[in-house]
Design a protein around this ligand. Structure first.
Ligand code: FAD
Ligand code: NAD
Length: 404
């Protein structure tokens, strides 16, 4: 009898957790499992603010997919997905095609610029490991350029971060630590450099615990970060950004603008014709796309409603990884044709937000943490994610042990 073929698209948190759990559950004779990913490596998206700022080398934040899959059960295809044809149960890749019986779409997030003029052309975003490397290299170049110009332009040294959500805050935390190193390396006085974080909402980290937000903002300001709160980015130009607060419009000249003010699901979700909201599909309780009993959607391309507040869970690695576990269980049930599928219910343990490698804020199991205890917890969380993906060996190879 022909084995059912399961194709998993994307080896980020959602796709990799589905794969490593599925390979434990199913025997070689039960299903053919194919994992497709653009690169031959997985990167820790949750560490990309460090790669962008240059406080962590990109090789520390990635590992080979081959190192964590069981090659006797999973075939890995390094290729880029260009389309999904659900009616024909086919996936179109840049270099070929794949048929499937069951599909898992885990293609992650893309930057959402909300149509703001100039952002696509002139701003950087932390979209993947390569865009993170580009930000780091760009800042190195800018700092190296400064002392080579006949007339020094201080505005070149201004770094603007759009958005004070968790990504924006974690990024400025790293930048605050990196800038003094860059200044030393390129003989530039620290006071010449501005790090400006622009947030449209009336507070940084809107909706998070106000006491912890105040701690974060105070700590970051102490390290030289300037906040412009209640201020929206309206346009990005070659020379910087245009912002508005109430009716006041201001131009901020900057050599580096990083947009960290919004994400959406993969554009391939829209292209494939799934019903979606900004590239995210409101999945059924078992994580399937409505009307497609053979297609599971996990990670940032999925949308799960938190019934208690009737709003979607935010797209996080925590949720993506838990979805991967449920998705693998449900696929095993379908392949075997026995048992009950599991209803997905996130088990949120909390949120920890770093403020550089040496400081953080967080709420874990309902307890507020800040300073060194939160920073310790952040590294525990990062190492735990590695453990769930590749076991103790991966933690030893890539883990964070700079606890103090
Ligand atoms: P991803 O992890 O983005 O993986 C998608 C994968 O699909 C990638 O491997 C990509 O290469 C591949 N892919 C994409 N398109 C294609 C294609 N066309 N063909 C083939 N392969 C493709 N969440 C937390 O819970 N905690 C945190 O501390 C945290 N910190 C974050 C820090 C930063 C800087 C950012 C940007 C996000 C952070 N998040 C955090 C959010 C979290 O990273 C995402 O929710 C999570 O990565 C989503 O997982 P995913 O599997 O859906 O996508
Ligand atoms: P986000 O949508 O959570 O935050 C974006 C911020 O940008 C918001 O505060 C918003 O008000 C602001 N903004 C939007 N438009 C703006 C404009 N024109 N000008 C200025 N500010 C503007 O996005 P994110 O921070 O990238 O987070 C994405 C997801 O990843 C979230 O679910 C988040 O929880 C998760 N994440 C988690 C962590 C963590 O747990 N440590 C870290 C990073 C990201």
């Amino acid at each position: 009898m022909r084995k059912p073929k399961i194709v998993i698209l994307g080896a980020g948190y959602g796709g990799l957790m589905t794969t490593v759990n599925l390979q434990k559950k199913l025997g070689v004779s039960e299903a053919e499992i194919v994992l497709v990913n653009k690169n031959d490596y997985h990167y820790e998206t949750t560490w990309l603010h460090e790669v962008s700022a240059g406080t962590l080398h990109h090789d520390r934040s990635r590992f080979k997919v081959a190192d964590v899959i069981d090659k006797s059960k999973v075939k890995f295809v390094q290729d880029t997905v260009v389309d999904i044809k659900t009616a024909e149960k086919r996936v179109i890749l840049e270099n070929g095609e794949l048929e499937y019986d069951y599909l898992v779409v885990a293609l992650g997030y893309e930057s959402e610029t909300f149509g703001i003029k100039g952002l696509k052309e002139y701003a950087f975003s932390i979209a993947n490991i390569n865009s993170a490397r580009q930000i780091r290299e760009h800042m190195d170049y800018i700092f190296a350029t400064y002392n080579n110009e006949p007339v020094k332009r201080d505005e070149l040294l201004t770094i603007v971060v759009g958005g004070a959500g968790f990504t924006g805050i974690e990024l400025v935390g790293e930048l605050a630590n990196r800038v003094p190193q860059l200044c030393k390396e390129f003989d530039i006085p620290r006071e010449k450099v501005r790090i400006i974080c622009v947030e449209a909402a009336p507070m940084a980290l809107p909706g998070f615990d106000p006491e912890l937000v105040e701690y974060a903002v105070t700590q970051l300001e102490r390290k030289g970060v300037e906040f412009k709160i209640g201020t929206a980015i309206k346009e990005c130009t070659e020379d910087g950004i245009i912002v508005a607060k109430d009716d006041q419009v201001e131009e901020i000249k900057a050599g580096t603008v990083i947009w960290a003010a919004g994400v959406r699901g993969s554009h391939l979700i829209e292209k494939a014709g799934f019903e979606n909201m900004r590239g995210r599909v409101k999945v059924d309780p078992y994580l399937r796309a409505p009307g497609h009993d053979d297609v599971f959607i996990v990670g940032d391309c999925s949308l799960v409603i938190n019934e208690e507040i009737n709003r979607p869970y935010p797209p996080t690695a925590q949720v993506a990884m838990q979805e991967g576990v449920t998705c693998a269980k449900n696929l095993a049930v379908l392949v075997r044709g026995q048992g009950e599928m599991e209803v997905f219910k996130p088990d949120l343990k909390g949120t920890v937000c770093s403020l550089g490698h040496d400081d953080a804020i967080g709420i874990v199991f309902g307890r507020k943490l800040f300073g060194s205890s939160a920073s310790f917890m952040k590294k525990v969380v990062d190492n735990r994610a590695l453990f769930l993906q590749g076991g103790a060996g991966l933690v030893m190879k890539k883990g964070k042990f700079n606890f103090f």
